[in-house]
Design a protein around this ligand. Sequence first.
Ligand code: CP
Length: 355
Amino acid sequence: MIYFLNTIVFNPKKYYFCIGFSFGKLRGGKGCNEIWKLFIIKNIGGFIMLKNRSLIDPSDFTREEFREIFDLGHQIIANPEKYSKSCEGKILATLFYEPSTRTRLSFETAMLRLGGQVIGFSEAASSSTAKGESIADTLRTVECYADIAAMRHPKEGAPRLASHYIHMPLINAGDGGHQHPTQTLTDILTIERLRGNVENKTYGFCGDLKFGRTVHSLVKFLSNYEGVRFIFISPEELRVPEYIREEVVRKKGIPFEEVDQMEPYMNQLDFLYMTRVQRERFFNEEDYIRLKDRFILDKEKMSYARPDTYILHPLPRVNEISTEVDDDPRAQYFQQAKNGMYVRMALILKLLGIY
Ligand code: CP
């Protein structure tokens, strides 16, 4: 309740969220200690305390807290052996209500490489959701077995809701067309490894910017850094959602352009973040077919890019990057997928309070 009242004073826009949040905590059985902890973390600041926290949205952690995760990610890459037994006796649950290759397998590999173990399901049909079990009951049950969980769900907000019913850390592994914060961790670690830091750079985002949750999370994250500039390249129908453009980018005074051509902007970019057109989120197959081939990055388009423009993609790709680009040293999307495992190792260690 203190967190609730405090947030009304300090951040009226979270008023409605907090009502739900407070009731959720009470119904979910979290005691005053937990609410006090959140009060301290959110409003007093200066505390670096990631243990037992959930990561649902990039705005859940401060810049300093993310810095801790990235620093540990770089250290793990430098010396993975040092961490190979860090999670002995710990169990990660992967609860995937939607398909995944990279996110689920990199989470599972991350835990295995830390010496821990993994349980979970990779589709709702193989869990008791198929019999009508609620998310709350599933999560309360999983908490009886695991120390930490990663959850992907087709419904926006499902991981946030789920986090209110449990005490263990929960990681949003992608919720509908909303957010995908651990892909953002992956992207930022990759940017840092390629160019040292994220500041003072121009980022191009191309493709399905409407449904692409990885874009929403990354833009939200980058908007907290100095000197960033965005070029959003998409068909009119697939532009970034208004809440991202107005509430995040414009509100923070970030320079940006929304354009529908790729070539004229290629030589301005430090990073080009390609995305696939998200067929599964279209209401209408005709619209998908009309838009799916609008932007395809091939060798010819790469010739417009600078020698130091790196190409990122959260993957999976369909056809938006021609395979002939894969051998170009500027194409970094498979290394990006590998970095995802390292940064998820760092995240697990931090949320379990082991490092
Ligand atoms: N980048 C990403 O989320 O890939 P998956 O859907 O394969 O997990």
